[in-house]
Each structure stands twice: as structure tokens, then as C-alpha cells.
Write a protein that binds this ligand. Structure first.
Ligand code: NAD
Length: 455
């Protein structure tokens, strides 16, 4: 089938009104959960095959996140779909001003390969909840997960309302020629611009979940034992291939010394003497990315790690010091297990450093127990989201919107924010023929006289 015919078919089903029924949406969401629960092992195997992802990370950071988000949606969807009455004012005192929560229609969801289950299916859950029909395009760079999703989805959810298109750049390019009512894209800023240009052709609204460099500021007021464990965990899960992984660290020279010593211990504790032999350490997705990451090793002094095995797509947990702010490792999104450290004297230097770098961080991490420091950083810096004294975890809270700002993206999702993302809020002013309301409103009618022009 061509992209054109797929989108036409899906649009016909949307126009039939099938997805407007809220019980239908709830049944689909429950089936989606059933799919995960019945095929948990298949998902874990596919993630292991694509990324060497340990089952623990597959379950905690992908499957459970989707199941939890759907639980959150199912518990609240009956309220969310209700038309909302808004307060009246003098002019609408006899009327009913309302907001209806309408689905957009036919949605395209494009996922990335690094968390290929949750990045495709979390937005799918939101789009289903909001009553849309959906075309899902999983990433071709996680082929085992892509084909599993293509095989399983039609068995569990309505295969006319929700379709999967597999493929890479040519298939995506064809899809993007079609008119969708909403496009939800997760990936790089470079392809985000391509998607945005294609969407502009049809004036299609978009959510862009992009990448960037997420800084960590660490001062000397923290519990370094806990802070180092949290930072290294966030950096090393999925071998650093996490959009909100701590990208680089800002701290004083003294804190750096203590941090590096602690980080060595933590890596050993997590993965043993030889992380390559650890079943808990992932691999880099492709050899070309191993090459890309290897280039970064030239940008500083390797004080931890640095071992690479291209054939096995292995890249050791690595820390770099003495990096120049203008080097590649400090100007490109790292997306791998390398943590460069840049020295700053205080919070003001940290703010200045982050502010003068191109691009807005997708995540900002502050490790400090100093209230003035927290206040400065939280208020003075733009970021898609932030966490204080931890990393990554803010993305697992369904009550918080997850998304970027500026170059790290636009729009947000998770929980209610997914529902709102895929919902058009249609305003409606319901009036009646009340004679007093008509008398109040009659000033609008011509002929315009000085009297009816005085408001
Ligand atoms: P990517 O942008 O390279 O590719 C995404 C998809 O776009 C691909 O699967 C491909 O099908 C399609 N594509 C690629 N080139 C194209 C082209 N020229 N024309 C049309 N379509 C094209 O991203 P990726 O490598 O899959 O993911 C890595 C990036 O995603 C990183 O920057 C990361 O930070 C970001 N990311 C962001 C989030 C988030 O939630 N904000 C989550 C995960 C990853």
C-alpha cells in the first residue's frame, strides 16, 4: 500500500466517527496494556537485540512507563473528555461559553530508536485517548522493535484506526507528503526541521521532541555519594543514548577531583571491573556512532574509561576533563557514555556558561542544597524541563509535561499533556433568544450612532 492510500483509508475511518466513542478509546488503551503484559518477554528480547538493553532497563524505562501512563489516562479520561464550561462575564451572563475537546483527526507519530517502545507508544496512547486515528512510524534503527510493533499492534488494537508504517528515510519522506492533522516527531533537530517544513505545506500543527545538550551544575553543598551515583546512572543507562542524559558537568576544580574519584567507584559498583563483560551495560546503536564518539576522546584528557571496541559497538563509561568549550564534544549533542567536565567557580559562572551556548537544553540538572543557587538556576535559565538533585526522573512523572523549548523542541506530552497535545480545544458560545440579552447586545447593530458607539 502507498502512503497516500494508507492515510486515505485511515481518514475514512476517522470520518466515520468510530474513535469518538470514549468507551472505544478506553478499550483500545486496555488492549495496548494487554499487548505489553502478554508480550513483555518479546519486547525485552527485541530491545536486547537492537540495543543490548538489559531487561531491567527495558521494563523500568520503557514498558512500565507506558503501562503507568495508560493507567493514569484511564483513571482520568472520563473527566478530560467532558466539554468544559468556562466562567461567564457581563456580556455572556445569559449564555453558556464552552470548550469542546475534539480530536485533531489523523495523526502521524514518528519515534526514535533509543527508547523505541516508549517513544512510539506513549504518544500513541495520548493520541488514542484524545480520539484520533494514527499512523505510527517506528524507527528503522531499532529494527527488531519496529517489526514487533508492526506485528503486534494490529492484533491488539483496531487495525483500521491505527496503522504502522515501517521504513527509513524514503518511507518517511513519502509519508510526510501526505496531509496529516497533527504530526508528533521525536528525533534530531536536523530532521525536526525537515518535518516542520513538510508540515508547513499542509499547515499541520506539530510537536517536536528533539535533542540538545543537557547540563548538570554541581556545587560543593551536595551529598557527593548520592549525587555521583545519580549522575552516572543517568549518563550510563542505555549507554548514554538518552535524550535527557546529563550531557556535561559544570563544577569547581575541587568538586571535579572528588567527583571523578567517586565516579570511578560508582562505575565499578554498577558494572564491575570490566563494564564490557557486564550484562547491565548497553551498546552503541551503530558503528558509525562509535566512530563519532571516538572522535570526542581527542577533545580532552581521558581520566576515566576511553576503551572502545568498534566491532562489538562497545564504548566504555568515560569522563573527560580539560575540555575546551569550543571543542566538538562541548558543541554537539554527545548521545553516548562520555561525560566532559568544565570548571566554573560559582553559580553565576555556570549560568553565564549555559546562557552563552547555542540552543536551549532539553533538561537542566542542578545538584545543590543552597536555596539561592537553586533560585538563580531555576529562574534564570531556559530548559525543556529540570530536576533538582537528580536526573531523568522528572520524565517519569505523568503529572509533569515532558518536552523541549527552542532548539530542543516544542510541545509536550505525558499524562494529561498527551491528551491535550492531541486535542483541539474548540470554543463554543451557546446563546439563546433572551430579550434582555438581545437588548444588551443590540448596540452591535447598524446604523452606528454616537450613542451606540459609546462603550
Ligand atoms: P533522527 O532525527 O536522525 O531520525 C528520526 C527519524 O527521522 C528516523 O527514524 C528516520 O526515519 C527519519 N529521517 C531521518 N532522516 C530523514 C530525512 N532526511 N527525511 C525524512 N525523514 C528522515 O533521530 P534519531 O537518530 O532517531 O534519534 C536521535 C535524536 O533524537 C537525538 O538528537 C535525541 O536527543 C533525540 N531524541 C529526543 C527525544 C525527546 O523526547 N526529546 C527522545 C529520544 C531521542
Amino acid at each position: 500500500m502507498t502512503s497516500k492510500s494508507i492515510v486515505e483509508d485511515v481518514r475514512k475511518v476517522f470520518n466515520s466517527g468510530r474513535t469518538l466513542n470514549v468507551d472505544f478509546r478506553k478499550a483500545q488503551l486496555r488492549s495496548l496494556q494487554k499487548m505489553y503484559l502478554e508480550h513483555k518477554d518479546d519486547f525485552c528480547s527485541a530491545l536486547a537485540s537492537d540495543l543490548h538493553k538489559p531487561a531491567h532497563e527495558a521494563i523500568v524505562l520503557e514498558l512500565n512507563l507506558v503501562i503507568g501512563d495508560i493507567d493514569h489516562i484511564l483513571a482520568r479520561i472520563d473527566n478530560w473528555v467532558q466539554p468544559e464550561k468556562v466562567p461567564r462575564n457581563l456580556l455572556t451572563i445569559f449564555d453558556t461559553p464552552m470548550i469542546y475537546n475534539d480530536p485533531y483527526g489523523v495523526v502521524l507519530i514518528m519515534g526514535a530508536w533509543n527508547y523505541p517502545v516508549q517513544l512510539g507508544l506513549l504518544p500513541l496512547a495520548g493520541a488514542i485517548a484524545a480520539g484520533n486515528c494514527v499512523v505510527v512510524k517506528p524507527s528503522e534503527h531499532a529494527p527488531a522493535v519496529s517489526s514487533l510493533i508492526a506485528r503486534l499492534l494490529p492484533k491488539f488494537i483496531d487495525n483500521e484506526c491505527y496503522q504502522v508504517v515501517e521504513g527509513g528515510v524514503p518511507e518517511t519522506t513519502e509519508l510526510l507528503k501526505e496531509r496529516f492533522d497533527y504530526i508528533f516527531f521525536t528525533g534530531s533537530s536536523h530532521v525536526g526541521k525537515i518535518v516542520q517544513r513538510a508540515a508547513a505545506e499542509h499547515l499541520t500543527p506539530t510537536t517536536l521532541e528533539l535533542g540538545g545538550k543537557s547540563p548538570v551544575y554541581l556545587d560543593d553543598t551536595v551529598n557527593l555519594d548520592i549525587a555521583t551515583r545519580r549522575i552516572m546512572w543517568g549518563k550510563l543507562i542505555n549507554c548514554g543514548q538518552t535524550c535527557i542524559a546529563p550531557d556535561y558537568l559544570l563544577c569547581s576544580k575541587t568538586v571535579q577531583e572528588a567527583f571523578v574519584a567517586k565516579a570511578r567507584e560508582v562505575i565499578n559498583e554498577f558494572y564491575g571491573e570490566d563494564p564490557k563483560a557486564s550484562p547491565d551495560y548497553c551498546r552503541i546503536v551503530a558503528e558509525r556512532h562509535v566512530d563519532r564518539l571516538s572522535e570526542y576522546l581527542k577533545d580532552g584528557t581521558v581520566v576515566v574509561g576511553g576503551e572502545v571496541d568498534k566491532k562489538q559497538k562497545y564504548f566504555a563509561p568515560t569522563i573527560l576533563t580539560d575540555v575546551s568549550p569550543t571543542s566538538k564534544v562541548m558543541t554537539e549533542e554527545i548521545f553516548g557514555p562520555i561525560l566532559p567536565i568544565v570548571n566554573v567557580e560559582n553559580v553565576h559562572d555556570a549560568i553565564k556558561f549555559i546562557k552563552t551556548r547555542p540552543g536551549e537544553p532539553l533538561a537542566l540538572y542542578i545538584f545543590s542544597s543552597s536555596k539561592p543557587t537553586l533560585k538563580h538556576l531555576a529562574h534564570d535559565l531556559p530548559a525543556g524541563g529540570m530536576a533538582v538533585n537528580d536526573v531523568i526522573f522528572h520524565a517519569a512523572v505523568p503529572e509533569l509535561p515532558f518536552g523541549g523549548v527552542g532548539s530542543s523542541g516544542m510541545g509536550a506530552y505525558h499524562g494529561h499533556f498527551s491528551f491535550l497535545t492531541f486535542t483541539h480545544r474548540k470554543s463554543c458560545l451557546h446563546r439563546n433568544y433572551n430579550p434582555i440579552a438581545e437588548w444588551i447586545g443590540s448596540k452591535r447593530y447598524p446604523p452606528y450612532t454616537p450613542k451606540n458607539t459609546q462603550f
